[in-house]
Design a protein around this ligand. Structure first.
Ligand code: NOJ
Ligand code: CA
Length: 533
């Protein structure tokens, strides 16, 4: 079976506000991403996914889209986007953009019309309901950002539904006009040449037709945030959502013959495994990659990870391609969660598991979560539910590029504070340091290119004990062994017989891998890749 670019390739997520500013306003922009393309090529990734850059009032930093067919002036212009896309393609990089189809901004022209009156032709483009008997919201659904998911509209005397902020009204995907409009948006960007979409909150897109109350969550504690007070049984993951995924797939696939190769759909889905894998669709007609976020919150323990990986591999439908991530713009960074040394082991894991990895910008520098004082908070989630640790500002700090003012990110003060270790931990410095995490990322990414077993080969867990997680990639000859010590004490692993002929390819620590009498001796926090000699 030949592999496609989105299967063997590595995706790198760029949060555009935080990547590189070029016009001195402290906010990253599209020209900034273009300026850093050579860095990305040098890193060795294959595709970038850019979080939203559409015109937006920025209530949720661009996940509230006021116009789908344009670029927010803070990020640049449509011409800047075309330039970026052409430059990326000329350097062999693919570009995915973020599609936010579940909801618009309250300022989108569709919603302005929809709320204008009950008889407006666009009324049914959103989800409007009469109040309950006592004027209460139509049901008990809770917004992911806290509070009722229903907002009262005094002028027209109905509530509208918003799964996120009240500034992000949900579209009514049961309305074929909405579907056609959003499919037109997809074609607009596919025609411009984007290589695919990351689809925001795909599992939210259809709600139960009769809007029943969600059941209470008996395990709820206030520290979890309001969203989890109820189980999102009726408000998310409805059977009809799969038809949408397959309609989107048909559109993406219709561009496969365009000369630029297949386009890809990555669905953002936070669901238990059995429900997650349904998004591959019957006959794999759903999204290409229902995003697998399991590593983000997994217990960092060898046997637990073994089980998680085995369960995922065996839950995949036939021909479904796996994918993995350690973080994103909504979750605590891997270096904070796993610590700086295990972040290196995590990198080896991410880049050697079977499936498409997504690297979150800055993780290749070992960036940790930034401390945000109450006065510095920008994230609406933290503003609405302060102090629970839900806020996402800490993982959205700007990229530290070099030793210049503001870490070379901007000539102005960045919109969020920089990580305080930026004078030492910046891309320029780490690139020159052979023992840095950045150098490790580069080596791992280079190894994936040099050894197809790592990017496309079969996967088999190996017997291991203690803190060691080990697996084999590919088949003889040319197979590889990956052994990861997830703990802080030395471990040894008995190698399979035929591994006698294996030689070390890469360690997360240095060059000195030790193999003695058929056993691999792993130092504390060490990961190793072995290859057939
Ligand atoms: C998921 C995005 O990743 C998150 O950042 C955003 O707040 C919500 N969707 C709402 O669009
Ligand atoms: Ca800027």
């Amino acid at each position: 079976m030949t592999s496609l670019w989105w299967q063997t390739g590595v995706i790198y997520q760029v949060y555009p506000r935080s990547y590189q500013d070029t016009n001195g306003d402290g906010v990253g922009d599209l020209n900034g991403i273009e300026r850093r393309l050579d860095y990305l090529v040098g890193l060795g990734i294959d595709a970038i996914w850019i979080s939203p850059f559409y015109p937006s009032p920025m209530a949720d930093f661009g996940y509230d889209v006021a116009e789908y067919l344009d670029v927010d002036s803070r990020f640049g212009t449509l011409a800047d986007f075309d330039d970026l896309l052409a430059a990326a393609h000329s350097k062999g990089l693919r570009v995915l953009i973020d599609l936010v189809p579940n909801h618009t901004s309250i300022q989108h022209a569709w919603f302005v019309e929809s709320r204008a009156s009950r008889s407006n032709p666009r009324r049914s483009w959103y989800i409007w309901r009469d109040p309950g008997p006592d004027g209460a919201p139509p049901n008990n659904w809770i917004s992911d950002f806290g509070g009722s998911a229903w907002e009262w509209d005094e002028a027209s005397g109905q509530y509208y539904y918003h799964a996120f902020l009240k500034e992000q009204p949900d579209l009514n995907w049961r309305n074929p006009e909405v579907r056609n409009a959003m499919y037109g948006v997809m074609r607009f960007w596919l025609d411009r040449g984007v290589d695919g979409f990351r689809i925001d909150v795909l599992w939210h897109m259809i709600k139960a037709a009769d809007f029943p109350d969600n059941p209470p969550n008996s395990e709820w504690r206030p520290s979890m945030g309001e969203k989890d007070r109820v189980l999102q049984l009726h408000s998310t993951d409805q059977p009809e959502v799969h038809a949408i995924a397959s309609e989107m797939r048909t559109i993406a696939d219709s561009y496969a013959g365009s000369g630029q190769g297949p386009r890809v759909l990555v669905g953002e889905i936070y669901l238990p495994l059995d429900r997650l894998v349904r998004y591959y669709g019957p006959e794999r007609r759903g999204v290409h990659l229902p995003a697998n976020f399991q590593l983000i919150n997994a217990p960092w323990e060898a046997r637990a990870l073994e089980t998680l990986i085995a369960n995922y591999e065996s839950a995949l439908p036939p021909d479904a391609w796996p994918n993995w991530a350690l973080g994103n713009h909504d979750r605590s960074r891997v270096a904070t969660k796993r610590g700086p040394v295990q972040a290196r082991v995590a990198a080896m894991l991410l880049l050697t598991l079977r499936g498409t990895p997504t690297v979150y910008y800055g993780d290749e520098l070992g960036l940790s979560d930034v401390a945000i004082t109450p006065a510095q908070v920008q994230d609406p989630l933290e503003l609405r539910e302060p102090g629970l640790g839900l806020g996402r500002d800490p993982v959205r700090a700007s990229m530290p590029w070099d030793g210049r003012a503001n870490a070379g990110f901007s000539t102005a003060e960045p919109w969020l504070p920089l990580n305080s270790d930026w004078p030492a931990r910046n891309a320029e410095k780490l690139a020159k340091d052979p023992s840095s995490i950045l150098t490790l990322y580069r080596r791992l990414l280079a190894a994936r290119r040099a050894y197809p077993a790592l990017s496309a080969g079969a996967f088999r867990l190996l017997d291991a004990t203690g803190d060691v997680l080990a697996y084999e990639r590919g088949h003889d000859p040319g197979g590889m062994i990956v052994a990861l010590n997830l703990g802080g004490s030395p471990q040894h692993m008995i190698l399979p017989d035929r591994a006698a002929t294996f030689r070390p390819l890469l360690s997360t620590i240095d060059e000195f891998v030790s193999i003695e009498s058929g056993a691999l001796l792993l130092r504390a926090d060490e990961g190793v890749i072995l290859t057939a000699a």
